[in-house]
Design a protein around this ligand. Structure first.
Ligand code: HEC
Length: 467
């Protein structure tokens, strides 16, 4: 066995990654946008000689440093742990290709948190010019960490032709830069940068909402209105950047979005569409609250409003990241490796030689069990179902759980053994016109392995005809 198996009950491994990733995205994008917000606000306050504004900024800088350096870093490491466990094959592919990318990322991250700490602790202790410069160093290094990680994230959706040509040959690293500057690299960088800028405004509302409206009405009004302006670039440019992004995604991957839109009335498969709707609606609500409260009635704007905006931004971020993940299905690395770790190029081999004898997820003892010849009736049955379970574990559990998220029991509830068999046949044949291709990988293995999976799945939904 190459890998341990990580079975997370109810939510499945993907939601452990998802939950950590959404928090990380919220904080890390703020860390970048806030990096620009602080020196720009400081410059404005210095120019206008506003000590009161400087006081607010200092508080904001502290909040910023604690949030980004502590929670940003912890969630970042959390992503590593969870992807390594939930998708070791995919993680290994990324590390083999981008180890120097991550080395650069790490260097920028170190520079970034050092600059953040120096920025905060030198407040009022060094010349204004020097302090501002430290702020800009922070902003630059923080943005560079996005410039790097964006290459790796965009690669997973669109590795690009140059890299795919050499995938699996051992020469992948020679195509580092074309893999890095892949087709969705620039639109994705533009989108993320816009998100960073708007998140800087939204998190700034939290600090600004706590300014006392009676004691400092002018200050509160000015800080809030200035922060609202940080939302404007996003609302103007996001739709264009998003269209640019979609234009760079291969048609094959857009199938899912189209399928979602075309079946929206029937409600059959609408997760991507639903996620996209959540993004649009929450963003519109953010714009409305920011305008009606923070801009029009800044003195009534309180901590509760700021938290509501933050919550909406959280929902929008979550929905967008979810849609991006769904767009990539059934792949973890576009057109190369399926979400369950099976490489596209290995499909024929698995079908010819069998899956279980080669699955990196089967223990040696389990493999021996697969190969063993048993004669007694009950043992035959148990060994057969055991094989079915191993098939499920290796090929389906990346996206399904038994009883929780995308529950197999629920999805199979109305089906008898025959109907289960015909779904498996469809997944196994994986014909061009099968709608399953939009979100599920092909089922690989020998006919008897597929059969074992079918019998195992049938035990999940006991019905008269299933035995
Ligand atoms: C890449 C992720 C992924 C993998 C791997 C995967 N599925 Fe799915 N599967 C999905 C998604 C997404 C849906 C749609 C879920 C929904 O509608 O709630 C789905 C739906 C299904 C359905 C219901 C289909 C229908 O027409 O109602 C069945 C049955 C199913 N999967 C079986 C399997 C089996 C068996 C395997 C393993 C051989 C597997 N899936 C592997 C993502 C996956």
């Amino acid at each position: 066995m190459n890998y341990p198996l990580w079975d997370v009950p109810v939510i499945g491994g993907m939601w452990v990654i998802g939950g950590i990733a959404i928090i990380h995205v919220m904080i890390s994008h703020f860390a970048i946008g806030g990096g620009f917000y602080l020196p720009m606000a400081e410059r404005k306050a210095l120019r206008e000689g506003r000590d009161d504004w400087m006081q607010v900024l200092r508080k904001h800088a502290k909040f910023f440093m604690v949030l980004t350096a502590v929670f940003g870093a912890v969630t970042g490491v959390g992503i590593w742990f969870s992807i390594g466990l939930a998708n070791p094959e995919g993680t290994s592919t990324l590390i083999h290709n981008f180890v120097f990318g991550w080395a650069m990322e790490y260097a920028f991250f170190l520079a970034e948190i050092t600059a953040a700490a120096v920025y905060y602790y030198t407040w009022g202790r060094v010349s204004d010019r020097l302090h501002l410069m430290i702020g800009w160093i922070y902003a630059g290094t923080a943005w560079m960490s996005l410039v790097i990680i964006n290459g790796i994230l965009a690669f997973m959706l669109t590795p690009g032709r140059a890299w795919l040509e050499v995938a699996g040959t051992g020469d992948e690293a020679a195509r580092f830069w074309s893999a890095f500057f892949n087709p969705t690299y620039f639109p994705s960088l533009a989108l993320r940068t816009l998100v960073c800028i708007s998140l800087a405004g939204i998190w700034a509302f939290v600090t600004a909402s706590r300014i006392d409206s009676y004691a400092q009405p002018r200050l509160k009004t000015e800080v809030l209105r200035w922060s609202v302006k940080w939302l404007i670039p996003s609302f103007v440019l996001l739709p264009f950047c998003f269209a640019w992004y979609l234009a760079m995604v291969p048609e094959q991957q857009l199938n899912l979005l189209e399928l979602g839109i075309s079946t929206i009335g029937q409600g059959t498969f609408t997760q991507v569409t639903r996620a996209a709707l959540v993004t649009v609606m929450t963003s519109a609500t953010i714009a409305a609250i920011a305008y009606l409260f923070a801009w029009r009635h800044p003195l009534d704007f309180n901590f509760g409003h700021a938290c509501a905006l933050l919550f909406l931004a959280f929902a929008a971020t979550g929905a967008t990241e979810y849609a991006r993940e769904m767009l990539r299905k059934p792949y973890v690395v576009g057109d190369h490796m399926y979400s369950n770790g099976v490489r596209k190029s290995d499909v024929d081999r698995f079908n010819r030689d069998g899956y279980l004898t080669r699955s990196p997820w089967a223990r040696p003892a389990e493999r021996a069990g697969v190969a063993a010849v048993v004669t007694s009736g009950s043992q035959v049955e148990a060994a057969h179902l055991g094989r079915g379970w191993l098939m499920f574990r290796g090929q389906c559990m990346a996206c399904h759980t038994i009883d929780g998220y995308r529950s197999m029991r629920r999805l199979l509830a109305d089906r008898d053994r025959e109907a289960i068999g015909s779904i498996l046949t469809m997944l196994h044949e994986y014909k061009e016109d099968s709608t399953y291709r939009a979100y599920m990988p092909p089922l690989v293995g020998l006919p008897e392995e597929v059969d074992a999976l079918g019998d195992y799945l049938a035990t999940l939904t006991p019905k008269p005809g299933n035995t």
